[in-house]
Structures are given as structure tokens and as C-alpha cells.
Design a protein around this ligand. Sequence first.
Ligand code: AMP
Length: 429
Amino acid sequence: MALQRPKGTQDHLPDGSPKLTRDVQASAFTHVQDTARRVLERAGAQFIDTPLFEEAELVRRGVGGSTDIVRKEMFTVYYFGDHGGYVLRPEGTASIVRAYLQNGLKQLPAPLKLWTHGPMFRAENVQKGRLRQFHQVDYEVLGSTDPLVDAEAIWLMWEVVRELGLTGVRVKLGSIGDPTDREAYNAYLRDLFKPHEGRLSGDSQDRLIRNPMRILDSKSEGDQALIRELGVRPMLDFLGEEARAHFEMVQGYLRDWGVPFDIDPSIVRGLDYYRRTAWELHHEGVGAKSALGGGGRYDGLAAQLGGPEVPGIGWAFGIERLLLALEAEGMAFPGAEGPLLFLAAMDEENVGLAARVALQGRRVARVEFAYRALKPGNAFREADRRHARYAAVIGSDEAARGVLNIKNLNSGEGREVPLAELNAFLEQA
Ligand code: AMP
């Protein structure tokens, strides 16, 4: 058997491929990226791009040493003679905040809205909607603590979903408070779980020491059963006055703008530099345990990376998961369009001429040509296979007179167009 792609990766295929499904359709990816670009750029977000690999230390500090991502899922990059200090990026936020600090973007008007899309890498257990190379659309806002910025960020996610035509999406909203609120909550959790430590999974015993909040996020059934049994109080009960006021304001804006949401106390982003607003978007087509996307405020992150205090907030959609949701809702995509005109020569002497006419036409429209001489019947069949709208065959008569007989493949109508007027014809077609 020929060589295969690595586990947990996908090829994005052209329309018409025999093994095409929605989540690997290249034109569907482009459609999602273009939709996000339209929505985000109208809101003033600017595109930013960062390397696919970064210093491991950036990811360790930017994602958090106690997370599964850093502990178990990092792809380390080696080259010959290297110290192995690089990793493939598992997410976009740490890189964007690094780029903001390193390139003096603080001087741009605040709040600075940035967006990007691209591949992310996590060595996860592979299953539906959970890949090792997946793709995100990311939006990050730096330089504001205003709850209006939080609400706008959530609205933008909702707007991407709406523009894509998805209807079955739910927004789950929570708050993880300020660092002092979280300390109080972690102290509460430590006291609560300590007597039952032996029943926790190994990972969660570790979390009990490092960061008890992450126990609530555990994927272990046993941990979840214990959490239910103990009737753990939610983080929301521990919000201080300021964090509570902030949370109320975010909700107020969302209600005002008609973005539906449910308060979900189970949303925890247990890293030190996350603050206040946290949310996830869910869709049945992706499964209850997996989010379509999520976001949060991370006012402590820039300082964690060694920079000054810069408040920030951001979100990411998984593009594959958006595509699974679109598939589940039976959404059709416009496949890639065919050429406006397909040209073929009827004899070898005119193949070069057909090509030259096509190259001229490409200044204004998509024009393709046959690389060898074809009989008219075959030429029109080839044009049909490519979903062309018009086709023309060039023989010695057309070559001598400097004209094309252009056939409309929908109506069957033919029309003679002088070569000199081809581009005017294509522009109007
Ligand atoms: P996170 O950075 O973990 O908050 O993830 C943000 C979004 O990226 C998730 O809601 C998913 O849509 C997507 N995502 C995260 N991990 C994966 C994965 N392994 N495979 C596919 N999509 C993922």
C-alpha cells in the first residue's frame, strides 16, 4: 500500500473527489474562513499570522503547565543537532499575545482586534471531531477590560454562526471571577475533595494539588460521579463584587442584542491568567462533550509571558467542528465553480492558438483550455465535465477569420465573437 497520512490528520480535497465528505471539503473550509473574515473585518479586526512552531516555554506559560495540552499533547519539533526547544502550536492565543508584546502593537489604537486562522496541533486521542492537526479561526482583543468588549466578542461568534446559516447552536456563558475569587473557590474545593482523594483519578489527585478547579473539567467518569455526589457549589457563588458586576453587564448587552445564552456554572478555565468571562458554543452535530468553539478573558496572560499587564479576551472556533455542524444541519455548499469559458482546438496546429486565446481571456475571467486537439463532441463533453458555462472550438476557419464560435452550454445557443472582442464578451457574460 502507498504511504498514508499520519493518524489524526486530514487531507482537504477538491470538489468532485470520490472520498469527499463535508469536513474535508477544501472549498467548505474556504467558505468558513471567508465568512469569518467578512464578519470580523467588518468589526475592525485585522489579520495577523504567527509561526506554526514556537518556543516550548511560550506554550508552557501561555497554555499552562497543569493542562493536558502541555502535559500530554505537545508535538515537539526536532532538527538535527537541535536542543528540541520548539513545539508545534496547540492554539493561537499565546502566540498572538507574544507577537503583540514583541512587535510593540501596544502603540496601535486600543482595543486592538486581531484575527487569524490556521492549523493547530495536539497529540490527542483521535475520534470524531478530535484531531491531531485541526484548524481554528481565532479572534483576540487586546488592551481593554470593558465588558462591552466581552459581549462584542461573543456577539461576533454568534454572527459567524448566523452567517454560516447554523441554527442549532447554544451559547453557554460563565464567569471564573478574579484571582482572589478563584483562590477562595480553590480553597473550598481542596477542603471538599481532600477527604475523598483516594476516589479521584490520578490526574485529578494531581490537580487537587496544582489547581483543584481543573478537577471539574475532568474527562474521567469516576471524577464526574464524585463531583455530582458531593454537590459541588459553582464558581459563580464565589464571584466578588467587581467580577459579578462585570458578568451582569456582559449579560445585559447580550440580552439587548438578542444573543441567546444559558448560564453554565460548569465552565471553568482553570489557568491563573484567565479572568471573569468564559463561554463555549455547542451543537448537537458535534456531540455533547465537544465544543464548537470557546473563549475567555485572560487579563493576566501578557504578564505571565514576561510583558507588562495587558488585558485581553479571545475565542476560537474549530473549523472541522463547524463543518460537522453544517453537515448535521444538511447545509449544502456551493461547490467550486467551473470556468466561464472552455476552449479547445480541433487540430494540432491550433492548440497553441487556443491556449493563447485562453491566456488573453484570463485577464478578465476564468478560462481553461484543452492541452490537445479534440473533436467538437469531445470538446463539449470536456467542457461539461468541468462545469463550464461557455465553450468554443477553434479550427482553421476560425483561426483564419480571427473569430470564436462561443456556445452557451445551458441554452445551447451559439454566437460568433471576434477575438479582439473576447474580453469584452467575457466581462459581460
Ligand atoms: P480550545 O483552544 O481548547 O478552547 O479549543 C477551541 C476550539 O478548537 C474547540 O472548541 C474546538 O472547536 C477546537 N478544537 C480543540 N481541540 C480540537 C481537536 N483536537 N480537534 C478538533 N478541534 C479541536
